[in-house]
Design a protein around this ligand. Structure first.
Ligand SMILES: [Zn+2]
Length: 280
């Protein structure tokens, strides 16, 4: 399971409300398509486990052209799965016009709700900052071309990501920061621009007080929640495989930090998702 170890964590108590997972990688979780069996690796099983705790939709996100095509196929195979398509900033080296043409075809499809994940990643050095910036700009343009929001990957690159968004002009359909990792000031700045902040399981980590302050600072109408499964598994299951059915652990922590009822937070996130992604 992509370097995750151990057995899948037990399901948390179901949410008192319905919500969705704004960002996961069903392919990297090892989910199989085109297989009607209900074993643990099937798409139906993953979505049934999510729905059982109140997670009624997921956005599965591509990080290469092939993975984006897989995500579109997954969205076609299950009514509660939506796709985002892009090439991840650490994978952009050597991208061709043909790759962008392929992404444009996928990105225009009805069940594709965003162009992402795209952005900048200063943690890994598989691509240069100049390469990443060039391709981030092309992905922003692609989002405008297909009329979809852009879903941003910002790893240790807050200033540059905000600068490039400003220079290019954000896509009118919207901007969401996947796995938001900024502080309270950045949360306020992004919310002020109308960007959405998608909080991952990191917000539950003991060593992430600044992210909890960001969640506190973010208005309810700016918040989404995500797993980034199979990565970023929430406390107390760090290091084990993540999956959409673990959303309640992250959502409850955010509700606690903000002093709101979990039902109220579910309702706000559902409304934010409908507004951004255009589903009903
Ligand atoms: Zn991701």
């Amino acid at each position: 399971m992509s370097g995750r170890t151990g057995s899948p964590p037990a399901a948390p108590e179901p949410l008192r409300g319905e919500v969705f997972d704004a960002h996961c990688h069903l392919d990297a979780m090892g989910v199989r398509l085109g297989d009607a069996s209900l074993d643990d690796a099937s798409l139906d099983a993953a979505m049934a486990a999510a729905r059982a705790v109140g997670v009624v939709r997921v956005v599965t996100v591509g990080d290469t052209v092939a993975s984006s095509a897989w995500c579109v196929e997954a969205a076609g195979a299950h009514p509660d799965v939506y796709a985002a398509v892009a090439v991840h900033p650490t994978e952009v080296r050597g991208m061709t016009d043909a790759d962008y043409a392929a992404l444009a075809v996928l990105g225009a499809l009805e069940r594709v709700v965003a162009i992402g994940e795209t952005g900048l990643d200063n943690h890994w050095d598989r691509t240069t900052p100049a390469e990443q910036e060039h391709h981030f700009r092309r992905h922003i343009q692609l989002a405008k071309d297909v009329g979809k929001p852009v879903m941003i990957h910002d790893r240790e690159a807050h200033e540059a990501v905000l600068r490039i968004l400003r220079e290019e002009g954000p896509p009118p359909a919207g901007v969401v920061f996947h796995a938001f990792s900024g502080d309270a000031d950045m949360a306020r700045e992004c919310a002020g621009e109308g960007f959405l902040l998608s909080f991952p399981g990191v917000v539950t980590f003991r060593n992430a007080p600044a992210l909890r302050e960001a969640a506190l600072a973010a208005p309810l109408e700016s918040i989404l929640v995500e797993t980034d499964a199979p990565f970023l598994t929430p406390h107390p299951h760090r290091g084990r495989p993540n999956a959409p059915y673990l959303i309640p652990l992250t959502l409850r922590l955010i509700a606690q930090v903000k002093g709101v009822d979990e039902t109220e937070l579910c309702t706000a996130i559902t409304a934010n998702g409908a507004r951004l992604f255009g589903w009903d």
